[in-house]
Design a binder for this molecule. Sequence first.
Ligand code: PGA
Length: 257
Amino acid sequence: MSLRPLIVGNWKMNGTRASLSEARAIDRAAQRLAWADVALAPPFTLLYPVHAEVEHIRVGAQDLSTEECGAFTGEVSASMLADAGAQFVIIGHSERRSRHGEDDAALVAKCGRAVDAGLSVILCVGEPLDVRDAAEAEPYVLAQLDAVLPDMAATGPEIGEVVTVAYEPVWAIGTGRSASAPEISAMHRVIRDLLVRRYGEAGGRSVRILYGGSVNGTNAREILALPEVNGALVGGASLTSQSFMSIVLAAGADDAG
Ligand code: PGA
């Protein structure tokens, strides 16, 4: 797949202003890369500070409200994210789904708010272990995705600039046990088929499908070399520039020879 790889660091609930030095180091390293797009999703409190410090990477948020403004204590809207410098937002991460009960209706609303505010979205899908063990992972993931993908009428024809999919099996997140290469390839292929059904040729050509779940400097090269994989969503290994950049470098290993 000739799509330029995208490597996204999801800092989750980690990071204070002391972490800005890591963001700066990632930005400096990304400047020298020709083969990949690099992005960071820090916690809300660091969105604007990171945005203000970096030039060569994209900055985005980990979540947003279903609402636009008003009496919603603790929530942050799409337009606030855009105002703080976010270019994208992660939607439907399994930690949000499980800890905050986010269902398809909430995710559809969040997606609509993000697209209306000019943010691109990284839609996360992935099956829990019991679903994989029951050999139902593919229909489970496709149903999650089909429920949330925005219509092209909302996004415009440049769907790949608005929508990115991240396949993150729940059992692989933060466990040190990534999915195997055949498991990743098989799931990415059926996701690609769904994107083509939904968006036609543009869904086949332009929408990136990232893999996430225990990606690290050791397994990144094998995962990112899979033709069905267009990048990675990285949690734990994105917290320092050293471990994160080892993954970004792996994305270009074959190009760089
Ligand atoms: P992990 O997290 O890389 O720490 O497994 C990935 C994610 O949750 O996005």
